[in-house]
Design a protein around this ligand. Structure first.
Ligand code: NAI
Length: 371
């Protein structure tokens, strides 16, 4: 293909993104500030990620490491024509890196961000060419899930078309957003569900919640997904949403305490070998369990999805598509809502709101109007 791609950050996401590009025959420069992270990424490229590529039918090469330059030197990306950053979810760190990248790269290079929460406009504040800056957000596990949310308010139409083509060239499906909102489409209702599940934590165990999720058609359980994401990243994303969208993303105290302790104890999830589950050979050990009643969690997620429609972030079809691709579910979140009935969703939310006074359960106006 002859096109050189830079990936900054070789952690959970960056290593997988680099692999997807290398597998699609791009030459890749993978940069991290940590030698250990680069070493771990290379190991994943030689084993687990190759296996995952094969499992999902994306594997095009017998090996990918010869297509990747692993480096600590950011300057090595300077002749790339597409660079995606996947570094820590902290606004100042990302703004500083993006400014540096723009100075280093040629004028025609497109710069992309895998941020889970920040908007392209917030990240582009120091960029001179914001029209060449785009959202490029994967879901976890990134090799398996098909979605890449792209766009945002900064990127120019011509460049957005190129970004869409890049997504397709690595075997993924683009979902285009034109309005900025922290959490984009999927993470807003995911984090709303995280806040909601915290209220029943203790009443139900993670395997019970996950069994119920699977009954709703999802191939992965809810706590399994949190383990994929990593508790450190999850807390950063949740806090970023609280900062801008307010209390409806607030976690109940007990659940926040637990997540913070898990970070302190190094139980980060898949990447550290243990989170809510133990992970062996890249797979979680999930015990059999009776499904829990997760209706309040589903209702909170639906409530947030309807808010997105209210705010003009995305329409119903786009929200359903984003959910299907991000979770690997055959049905969209608003299809689930229709099966349950919006009157039931409203009733569940009103009862849970009265019980907890937690804003995540406060029904939005659209839902009330619909019922
Ligand atoms: P991670 O903690 O696994 O990896 C981050 C990597 O970035 C680390 O190896 C770190 O050494 C490196 N790094 C930090 N600052 C750097 C810099 N200035 N230059 C080069 N490397 C640097 O984090 P993860 O999970 O890969 O997340 C990265 C980004 O992707 C975040 O913005 C996150 O919100 C986003 N994301 C995460 C998802 C997840 O499920 N974990 C899903 C989708 C997006």
């Amino acid at each position: 293909m002859g096109v050189k791609v830079g990936v900054i950050g070789a952690g959970t996401m960056g290593a997988a993104i680099a692999a997807l590009f290398a597998n699609a025959d791009y030459d890749v420069v993978l940069v991290d500030v940590s030698e250990e992270a680069l070493k771990k990424a290379k190991e994943r490229h030689e084993g687990e990620i190759l296996r995952e590529l094969k499992e999902v039918g994306l594997k095009k090469r017998d090996e990918i490491t010869s297509k990747i330059k692993y480096t600590l030197d950011l300057e090595d990306v300077k002749d790339c024509s597409f660079v995606v950053e996947a570094v820590v979810e902290k606004l100042p760190a990302k703004i500083e890196l993006l400014e540096k990248l723009e100075q280093l790269l040629g004028e025609d290079c497109i710069i992309a961000t895998n941020t889970s929460s920040f908007t392209p406009s917030e990240l582009a504040v120091k960029l001179k060419r914001p029209e060449k800056f785009t959202l490029f957000h994967f879901s976890n596990p990134p090799i398996v899930r098909e979605i890449v949310e792209v766009g945002g308010e900064t990127v120019g139409e011509d460049f957005l078309q190129k970004v869409v083509d890049v997504v397709k060239s690595i075997g993924k499906e683009p979902v285009v957003l034109r309005k900025d909102s922290r959490g984009h489409i999927f993470n807003r209702f995911l984090c709303s569900a995280v806040a909601a599940v915290g209220w029943d934590f203790g009443k139900f165990s993670p395997p019970q919640v996950d069994a119920a999720m699977k009954n709703l058609g999802s191939p992965a359980g809810f706590f399994e997904l949190l383990d994929y994401i990593g508790m450190d990243v999850l807390l950063m994303v949740q806090d970023s949403l609280i900062e801008v969208h307010g209390g409806r993303f607030e976690l109940p105290n007990g659940f926040r305490w637990l997540l913070e302790r898990m970070v302190e104890w190094g139980k980060l999830g898949k990447k550290s070998g243990e989170g809510f589950y133990r992970w062996v050979d890249g797979k979680p050990e999930v015990p059999e369990a009776e499904p829990a009643d997760i209706l309040p969690v589903a209702a909170a997620a639906v409530n947030e999805a309807l808010r997105e429609i209210e705010e003009g972030i995305a329409d119903k079809e786009t929200i359903n598509r984003a959910y299907c691709l991000a979770v690997g579910s055959p049905v969209g979140i608003l299809d689930v809502a229709e099966m349950l009935g919006y009157a039931t969703i409203l009733d569940v939310l009103e009862k849970k709101y009265a019980e907890t006074n937690a804003e995540t359960f406060k029904p939005c106006e659209t839902l009330k109007d619909m019922v």
